[in-house]
Design a protein around this ligand. Structure first.
Ligand SMILES: [Zn+2]
Length: 313
């Protein structure tokens, strides 16, 4: 059973396979009250996993699969992983081929990120494009080839929404790794735009894409001599930082950026450079934490040490 089907089961949506689609209960329950005349919605919603879209034929609600998963409370990067896992390789190659030229069109840099102070040269380097009005396209590379493209926009309800074309194993991926793999020291951040911001300051960075850091991602970091953890200043960011510290500290040099903004994307150049050039050790970092319990981090480190020496894990 796919992760998507599991989620549908967990939410009691009663999924059933219908050809290439999955049919289930509508998630927009408010549209299916007894007076509305739109049926009870008990099996009126169709999901097309390969296209990454859904549609309720009874109430007419339709949208991207990522929006659907968001509605069920799935964390954005887990949704990202689920959606890309469902793609067929052949379809993907065609879509990427069609869309890639727009990424290279330097007249179409993302207006959103230009307005947020990202330089044209930075957006051009990472090929961050305006796919259509108000829609930003973010490509993901593996061995210098585009393997997936995320598009993001604000929907009619004012919420952020995104869609992914392509195949990307997020669990085994660090954003921007292929561009900085020769560096000895790097900053580790959560999101793509954090990478662009630090790059603008001359700091090489890779992103985990979310705070659910995986063992594979930790293994990839072993190739560096020093990693400065630059996660967001929130509980999830702290928890991820503690895990990587416990797993990697005995193998490579792990240090911490203590900075004042919420995430590195909002950090000033002066502060970011100071944090990167003179990072703090765990003792200093722990003084800034509300919760210094390392139990989860120790579990992660134990698993990491089990898999570390297995070839090709
Ligand atoms: Zn419906």
């Amino acid at each position: 059973m796919s992760r998507l089907q599991e989620i549908l089961e967990e939410n009691d949506l009663n999924p059933k396979l219908a050809g290439n689609e999955i049919r289930c209960k509508c998630i927009h329950r408010e549209n299916h009250s007894s007076e509305g005349g739109k049926g009870d919605g008990s099996s009126s919603l169709f999901i097309n996993p390969a296209k990454g879209v859904y549609n309720c034929f009874s109430c007419g609600e339709a949208g991207t699969l990522t929006r659907f998963l968001d509605h069920l409370g799935v964390e954005p990067y887990e949704a990202f992983e689920i959606v890309t896992d469902l793609k067929e390789e052949e379809d993907v190659a065609k879509v990427i081929q069609e869309k890639e030229p727009l990424l290279h069109d330097c007249r179409r840099l993302s207006k959103e990120y230009l307005s947020r102070g990202y330089r044209r040269t930075t957006l051009r380097k990472f090929l961050i494009a305006e796919a259509s009005t108000g829609v930003t396209a973010i490509p993901y590379f593996e061995n210098n080839k585009v393997v997936a493209i995320k598009t993001r926009w604000i929907n009619a309800k004012g919420d952020r929404e995104f869609h992914v074309e392509g195949i990307l194993e997020r669990k085994k991926f660090l954003y921007n790794l292929d561009k900085v793999s020769n560096a000895k020291k790097i900053a580790l951040v959560e999101g793509e735009s954090d990478v662009w911001r630090l790059d603008q300051y001359g700091i090489p960075a890779v992103a985990t894409l979310g705070t659910s850091v995986t063992l594979d991602q930790a293994l990839l970091l072993l190739d560096f001599e020093e990693v400065v953890l630059f996660f967001d200043n929130d509980i999830a960011g702290e928890s991820a930082a503690k895990k990587l510290y416990k797993a990697l500290d005995s193998h490579i040099n792990i240090s911490f950026a203590i900075y004042s903004s919420n995430d590195p994307g909002d950090c000033s150049e002066e502060e970011a450079l100071e944090c990167y050039n003179n990072p703090s050790d765990y003792f200093e970092y722990s003084l800034t934490l509300e919760d210094t319990d390392l139990t989860d981090a120790q579990d992660f480190a134990n698993k990491f040490n089990e898999v570390k020496d297995i070839p090709f894990f």
